[in-house]
Design a protein around this ligand. Sequence first.
Ligand code: FAD
Ligand code: UDP
Length: 376
Amino acid sequence: MTSFNYDYLIVGSGLFGAVFAHEATKAGKKCLVIDKRKHAGGNVYCKEMEGINVHWYGAHIFHTNDKEIWDYVNQFADFNRYTNSPVANYNGELYNLPFNMNTFYKLWGTKTPAEAKQKIAEQIVDLHITEPKNLEEQALKLVGTDIYEKLIKYYTEKQWGRKATELPAFIIKRLPVRFTYDNNYFNDKYQGIPVGGYNKIIEGLLEGIEIRLDTDFFANREELSLLADKIVFTGKIDEYYNYQFGELEYRSLKFEVETLEEENYQGNAVINYTDPETPYTRIIEHKHFEFGTQPKTVITKEYSLQASKGVEPYYPINDEKNTAIIKKYQDLAKTETNVIFGGRLAEYRYYDMHQVIGSALAKAKWSLKMLNFNGL
Ligand code: FAD
Ligand code: UDP
């Protein structure tokens, strides 16, 4: 029987890899974590600039309904009371998000839920949408034509680079529609930003675990695979299988970070640009995540683009074509006995952080049980 240096080789130090490594180490297993980036943490990584924790890969707001997951992350950092309340800018007109009584009042002057519901009903009565087949139909059914035109259509088409009629309905169902004056972007019971940024959580998870940065699994695949009994893979599943069933499509992002010589640039952490002309989708002003009072400020303009080889993938595109491709990779993945696929890229799922943590905890539990069962 071969004896390996490690029980697990964990490819990727994002939340999935870090939680998995933490749980396996806690259970007495030896882990090696590798990451092709020069830092750990994947997309939750924060870089300190001007005393501000800059969410380097876009705004990350932690939210969950699951008390266990909330307690889990709170082991590693305290969370502040930040509540996400983005504002949409449509050609200079400002609207509160998510879609709620404040949005409806600004648009139509409606003051009661009954008036707002009446307005939406009037707008969609002739559309006869019963079972929404795509994002456009789902959005129209939920909020009517005015909101669809001003706040959804162009933002969505910029974000995804395709028509709203070609996107799945579930994407827009992420956002609440409320007939109360409540600008909280999420419905979850628990929400906040880790005080001191997300790096604290990643450092806590990876404490005492060997990690090699700037190390791409595919640059040295055979040698790395021989190091461990099992592989936990959190990179692109199509790349893992040499694109044999074709390439999965992803949306990528470009982040333009600027330091500004002023204390408060936009008065909110997140402003979405929902018109078609503004080339970026949103501007993030990072200090507002932690109620910062630093003399300067740091903002990020976020642009959406098509991912291609060599460009970072961020969002899986769960349309029909890609769903058919991922199904083939998943069938192949099921036949593996020594490889566990997890996280946003390997599972090709539009996961939030709490979902990635939940998935990593479940997969680690199952894998550790199997290892112990096999007497290892
Ligand atoms: P990742 O964080 O992508 O980690 C994967 C890691 O694997 C990376 O570090 C990568 O470098 C490494 N890797 C990949 N391939 C290889 C290889 N071949 N060799 C070595 N290393 C490799 N979630 C929320 O809950 N709230 C939010 O507000 C929120 N906002 C978001 C905003 C943006 C712009 C994006 C893109 C995502 C957002 N998310 C949010 C989702 C959140 O980022 C993810 O759920 C989570 O970070 C995914 O963790 P992961 O470990 O699956 O993947
Ligand atoms: N969306 C929109 N207008 C907005 C914000 C979001 O139409 O001002 C749509 C868009 O299709 C987006 C989806 O809602 O992809 C989900 O939004 P969310 O803010 O959850 O996206 P993420 O933060 O994951 O990029």
